[in-house]
Design a protein around this ligand. Structure first.
Ligand code: GMT
Length: 375
């Protein structure tokens, strides 16, 4: 198949899923065309089946806001026509689903019927999409897609609750590529971070409010009173400066390191003992799956799709949103005994295999085939 993939090229989960999916499809012999405004973060190598088409937005003094959606739709028309694509797969509804709809209409005037699959990732529904600013466009363009997928059952239910969707939604969970995420011995790095063999806790995110990074710091503040430990904060975003201030106020700066955005997150996960995700909402929790694939147990909330990933008492624990006491107590339960920690690590690694790319990729390929046949 010749597949066009539209996504945000940034470190966000939807962009990561789109890029990893494209790479895997290319490995299977499909031709994959990424269409976005800059090279996706994890598309940093050459492959004969991978193509990248940059959407450049022409600026003009009249524009307070340059019209990205129009530029994207025009680029989609061009790429579908001249690369003879079989299908467009857009990740994150806003504004990708409506740009794809516009492109589809324009292509129809050339006698081309291009099937469009939209994958909903989370905040495009739960936060941004249901805001009245975008809701009519999101509802319309999802309904106009030839295929709709969500990354969890919970996100499907949320979508149906908040939007008037007339089409069947298929749940295809996020996945992990074990060629990239695996157990890697990095003892020298571990020694540098935790010279006295302290436990290493880790949080990775885009530091937005929805991630409740304050709770990560508060939780760690409690844990390190009982368990000698270090906290690694990976990523960057609007909350980071407030988090750094909180660490100063709590006098824990010696034990917390803010590492900023990191390409090789798997290398940092490989030395970690426990992953913390106290999110307000999380459609799936890809970052937690990445941690589990590196054998790191997870402390999460029970929000959104997280109960579809985390198995309470097996590969981690779940608590109510904001219940820092409970999350800290669960973390201590895992960390205080070497044998218990080892058991949770093994279970986390095992559980991650339920989401192995090798299991999920055929589901996408079969879905594409169905959508193409029905269009
Ligand atoms: O988590 C974010 O804020 C980024 C966001 C995105 O769209 O890039 O992540 C969402 O999509 C990921 C991939 O499907 C999911 O694993 C995340 O759970 C989801 N985030 C939220 O729902 C908050």
């Amino acid at each position: 198949m010749k597949i066009g993939i539209v996504c945000y090229p940034t470190f966000g989960g939807s962009g990561v899923v789109a890029t990893e999916l494209g790479k895997a499809l290319a490995d299977e012999g499909h031709q994959v065309h990424f269409i976005t405004y800059s090279q996706p973060a994890r598309l940093d190598f050459f492959s004969a089946n991978l193509f990248y088409h940059e959407v450049s937005v022409r600026d003009y003094p009249l524009f307070d806001y340059a019209p990205y959606e129009s530029a994207l739709a025009s680029k989609l028309v061009d790429v579908v026509r001249f690369e003879k694509l079989d299908l467009l797969h857009v990740h994150y509804a806003i504004p990708h689903a409506s740009a794809a709809f516009m492109a589809k209409q324009i292509l129809a005037s050339y006698g081309i019927d291009i099937p469009v699959v939209t994958t909903l990732h989370g905040t495009d529904i739960t936060l941004v999409g249901k805001d009245p600013t975008y809701k009519p466009v999101v509802t319309f363009s999802i309904n106009q897609s030839d295929g709709i997928t969500t990354v969890s059952q919970d996100l499907k239910e949320d979508t149906l609750k908040h939007f008037d969707i007339k089409k069947e939604i298929k749940v295809i969970p996020n996945f992990i590529d074990f060629n990239r995420f695996s157990l890697k011995p990095k003892d020298h790095f571990k020694k540098a971070i935790a010279p006295n063999n302290e436990r290493i806790l880790i949080h990775t995110s885009n530091f937005r409010k929805v991630k409740r990074t304050f709770d990560v710091i508060k939780m760690f503040h409690k844990i390190q009173q009982t368990i000698p430990s270090k906290l690694l904060m990976v990523g960057d975003g609007p909350e980071r400066a407030y988090n750094e201030q909180l660490c100063r106020d709590l006098d824990i700066t010696d034990n917390v390191r803010f590492l900023g955005k990191q390409d090789a997150v798997e290398e940092i996960l490989a030395v970690s003992d426990l992953f913390l995700m106290p999110s307000e909402s999380e459609s799936f929790g890809l970052a937690a799956l990445e941690a589990m694939a590196c054998g790191v147990p997870i402390i999460t909330t029970n929000a959104g799709g997280l109960p579809e990933l985390n198995v309470n008492g097996f590969c981690g624990y779940m608590s109510n949103v904001g219940d820092v006491e409970d999350m800290a107590a669960n973390a201590i339960k895992i960390l205080e005994d070497d044998a218990v920690l080892q058991g949770f690590k093994e279970n986390a690694y095992k559980r991650a295999h339920d989401f192995d790319l090798k299991k999920i990729l055929p589901i996408y390929i079969n879905y594409y085939t169905d959508v193409i046949q029905k269009t």
